[in-house]
Design a protein around this ligand. Structure first.
Ligand code: G6P
Length: 602
């Protein structure tokens, strides 16, 4: 989720890189850096924090005349946000920037270390530059060395490399992470999205996975597995705001669509062929732990609730979930055989942070699940697992929730492995379902127009109930919260079996019920709960893989054999429903009234 910029040409390079990185800050920032070669001289600057810090550091530096240059703004995934971990990463005479995750970096790193290479950072990226130089020291041919390096990389990457061994060339490769090349006369630009080059380049080529090559003398030499290839450029968009949203109307919409790809990042290096691994966790983290307590707020609280079902069911470990603001003042009884888990997208939520401090004071081991490295909650915790969702701009959380839930699901399996509460058959079923998750999160072609159409029927009435059972109860809570946040309509999430104990009194044609009816978990039970509501004339929007004739509206889902796949597929439906209702009501989807993305006050 980081941002890359590159430039080859005769204009002032520092400004092009910094302006470009500024445009990419919306993708995430915890550190940034640039590297330039001109007049055979290599210059490199890095700074932690906002881009302004890098600007201050490079104030005195000018880079005029022909040269090559690369820049990067980072959102930490491997290693803390420090200057050493910031890109560009340096070898003896080359620099590299990279987005994505090199899955086999540890293996590559070990080989390089055995050859005597010293690593300065904790990143996966640094292996690329050392591998390149190792190859180059053997064959003295930069292009062959780059090709050989790329052929060894597994995982997702978009990468740029410059080297004093060939100081007029930028080497590039793309596989799984976005990168494009911009053109204006003999100037060549690289970037991870349109925005940095709008207003500078006039034409663009969007690289495909598996493409790599080099830029030299204003020309691109492009290759894929079949050898050198031709390509056609297209005109570059001119609207920056639109480009930041990748063509979507709202950041929230973009983030809903992104869920499928970010989920791959969340699982990368953790979901292995036969098990779950978290290299960031000490092996003994769960030793002597008999109980898990999770504290969180808002959407993060809902992912925690979903996790409690998984920890108990799969890992056979008792798990309680508490709203952080409640936990703080209830004088909780805490035992040191409890692992205290906090979940937070931002890592800055005051209530969650204070709850964590209380637990630490009581001597509990702590683990945070967070999207922002180096945030207060991550720093305060004994251990942390990053969700790798990339920066989330829409105030109403979508991809952060999806990735939190995935991390928690993986963690439940991880604990089950450690405690040996899962047999091989179930383990392989769970891992297989995880592998299908990115597919379950794809927005099917016909789904979004259908939700747009349906939304017009749900703009009035005296309220919404989102109902579900088991894992689908937290999802119902989250669906209702999404709708509340951006439509300002009253919505409640409820366990469907509980409707008959009170709320059913509200049922009439103006009560809208969104029923989550998965096939793989208690289908018959929830069906009869929904039938009770239909009998009282409630208006029912049913979401299910199984046709349900009594529903007023019906959204048919495709997954029907694993609850978590049904969970993720239905989650997308509820997100789109909230989005489209909000759009019809003319609300500000990305910045709803009265809400803030991160609440750092009590
Ligand atoms: C705020 C946001 C919610 C978020 C909650 C918890 O209320 O508006 O979207 O779920 O804080 O935030 P966290 O960053 O701790 O997940």
């Amino acid at each position: 989720m980081c941002g890359i910029v590159g430039y080859l040409g005769k204009n002032e390079k520092k400004e092009i890189l910094l302006d470009g990185l500024q445009e990419l800050e919306y993708r995430g920032y915890d550190s940034a850096g640039i590297a330039v070669i001109e007049n055979k001289q290599l210059k490199n600057f890095k700074a932690v924090g906002r881009l302004k810090n890098l600007r201050d550091k490079t104030k005195e530096y000018e880079s005029k005349g022909f040269g090559v240059s690369i820049g990067h703004t980072r959102w930490a995934t491997h290693g803390k946000p420090t200057e050493l971990n910031a890109h560009p990463h340096m070898g003896a005479y080359s620099f590299v920037v990279h987005n994505g995750i090199i899955e086999n970096y540890q293996e590559l790193k070990k080989e390089l270390q055995a050859d005597g290479v010293k690593f300065l950072s904790q990143t996966d990226t640094e292996t690329i530059v050392h591998l390149f130089e190792k190859n180059h020291n053997l064959n003295n041919n930069p292009w062959e060395s780059f090709k050989k390096t790329i052929s060894k990389l597994e995982g997702a990457y978009a990468t740029l490399l410059i080297t004093e061994a060939d100081e007029e060339t930028i080497y590039f490769a793309k596989n799984g992470s976005p990168m494009l090349i911009g053109f204006n006369d003999s100037d060549v630009y690289f970037a991870s999205s349109d925005t940095p080059i709008i207003g500078k380049a006039t034409e663009v080529y969007y690289l495909e996975d598996g493409e790599y090559g080099y830029a030299q003398n204003g020309k691109i030499h492009l290759f894929d597995k079949n050898g050198e290839k031709t390509f056609s450029k297209q005109a570059l968009a001119t609207d920056k705001a639109m480009a930041q949203k990748d063509g979507y109307r709202f950041f929230m919409e973009k983030e809903i669509y992104e869920q499928s790809t970010v989920m791959n990042d969340t699982m990368m290096g953790r979901l292995l062929d036969d098990r779950i691994e978290f290299e960031e966790l000490d092996k003994d983290l769960f030793d002597n732990i008999v109980n898990i307590k999770i504290c969180a707020c808002g959407t993060s609280y809902h992912s925690a609730l979903a996790a409690s079902y998984l920890f108990e069911r799969i890992a056979k470990t008792p798990c309680q979930v508490e709203i952080a603001s409640e936990f703080r003042y209830k004088e909780p009884l805490l035992r040191d055989d409890t692992l205290f888990v906090t979940i937070s997208q931002s890592g800055e939520t005051a209530d969650t942070l204070e709850a964590l401090k209380m637990a630490k004071k009581a001597g509990l081991k702590s683990l945070s699940i967070c999207n922002v490295d180096n945030s207060s909650i991550v720093r305060e915790s004994d251990a942390a697992v990053l969700t790798r969702a990339g920066i989330e701009k829409g105030v109403a959380s979508t991809k952060a929730f999806a990735t939190q839930t995935m991390v928690l699901w993986m963690l439940a399996i991880y604990v089950a492995q450690a405690k040996e509460t899962i047999d091989n058959e179930l383990l392989s079923q769970e891992l297989d379902a995880m592998r299908h998750t990115p597919k379950a999160l794809l927005v099917a072609d016909e789904l979004h127009p259908k939700m747009t159409r349906l939304s017009k029927r749900y703009l009035h009435g005296h309220g919404f109930f989102f109902i579900g059972r088991d894992l689908f109860f937290p999802l119902a809570l989250e669906g209702a919260l999404k709708l509340k946040e951006i439509s300002y309509l009253h919505a409640e999430g409820y366990p469907s079996g509980e409707m008959k104990h009170g709320p059913i009194a509200l049922a009439d044609a103006e009560l809208f019920t969104v029923a989550l009816m998965p096939k793989s978990l208690h289908y018959e039970k929830i069906k009869s709960n929904v039938e009770e509501l239909c009998a009282r004339d409630a208006t029912v929007l049913a979401i299910s893989p199984e046709p349900f004739d009594l529903a007023d509206d019906f959204v048919k889902t495709t997954y029907d054999s694993h609850p978590m796949l049904e969970f993720f597929e239905m989650m997308v439906v509820t997100q789109l429903l909230a989005l489209e209702i909000s759009v019809r009501l003319g609300n500000d989807v990305d910045m709803p009234r009265n809400l803030a993305k991160s609440v750092t006050v009590e």
